[in-house]
Design a protein around this ligand. Sequence first.
Ligand code: G3I
Length: 381
Amino acid sequence: MVTTAGPADGSAPRRAVRRRAPLVGATAACAALLLTALTACDGSTGPAPSSAPAAHETAPASLGALAARAGKDVGFATGPDLLAIAPLKAVVDAQATLVTPENVMKWQYTEPSQGHFDFSQGDALVAYAQAAGKKVYGHNLVWHSQLAPWVAGLDAAALRPAMENHVRQQAEHFKGKVVAWDVVNEAFDEDGTRRDDSPFQQKLGDGYIEDAFRTAHAADPNAKLCYNDYNIENIGAKSDAVYAMVKDFRSRGVPIDCVGFQSHLVLGGVPQDFVENLERFAALGVDVRITELDIRMATPASDGDLARQADDYRTVFADCLAVAACQGVTIWGVTDKYSWVPTTFPGQGAALVWDDDVQPKPAFEAIAGALRDAPPATPEG
Ligand code: G3I
């Protein structure tokens, strides 16, 4: 089914990602390390994107600085454990205007047992962002995956208040520290019907999404509230279903401000109608954002593949630049070495802009080129 296969490509069991050392214990230590490193710094707004650390002396530009000139964001998915790795932190320091927590603001991390909240790793990421002058895009409040085990055991009567309390507590805790939230993530199946394997859909029915948005808005009226999904980049059954929901919400005053297009793409798979699709959502009065971009290919990658990947990255950035309501592009990680792709799609990878040695790939210059070609943002936007 999945051409531009998004994450949950029908491989039911959420996957064990080939990746860094066991996280939890380590991550807390990394979080502490990161915090000490940060307190060591003078708390100033951190190096301007242009003062790239040595690792990228060769990188001629700061994608973040170029994007800011065009009124857009360049973001990266990351976390305290990844930012404790100097070459990775150097890239985020130099290239990003925004960071998204790849994992540490997900339910399994923030409410491991009912009513017991642990925001320590999210706080560490926020502390980094505040010290480095980056925005934080919250990911996520309500998602059927990476849920704490206790949630699945609740019946409908217990699940609704538990969901509302989770949304409220987390949105209140990070109030003023995140620019936006993925309030609900991946609630539709590929045919446009509601996702079957979601305890929220199964037990609470269609209304849980509206409930989550209203609860988040009450908790943090200033955060932009977004619906986020994959395989909605093209115009089709799934994006039509999301479009219908957003249109309905806007017509009834349900507080939705933005839609996130994850864009987990395959090489050569940038939809031809991406701009048209983004524009139709924008016409509903919502912002749009590319929230989890990566472009995977069969590995090992050939030079030809890397050149085609560069074209694809340039196209996606140009598509966002062509749409006034597109807030920016977030890339789902920095280096291929820690990408989620190879575990979920064996034999595929090389999906990101920096290689395993954290050296920029041809995609870097292609993105810089697209951003340089963009007209500077004007006050009217
Ligand atoms: O924290 C544990 C660690 O204690 C354990 O030793 C290790 C062993 O495998 O696993 C660690 O947890 C992993 C976690 O990432 C942190 O690294 C999980 O197994 C692994 O499943 C999880 O993968 C994440 C995946 O979401 C889970 O669904 C990926 O990093 C993350 O990139 C991916 O991101 C999602 C977005 O949130 C939503 N859209 C799709 C996207 C890609 O799947």
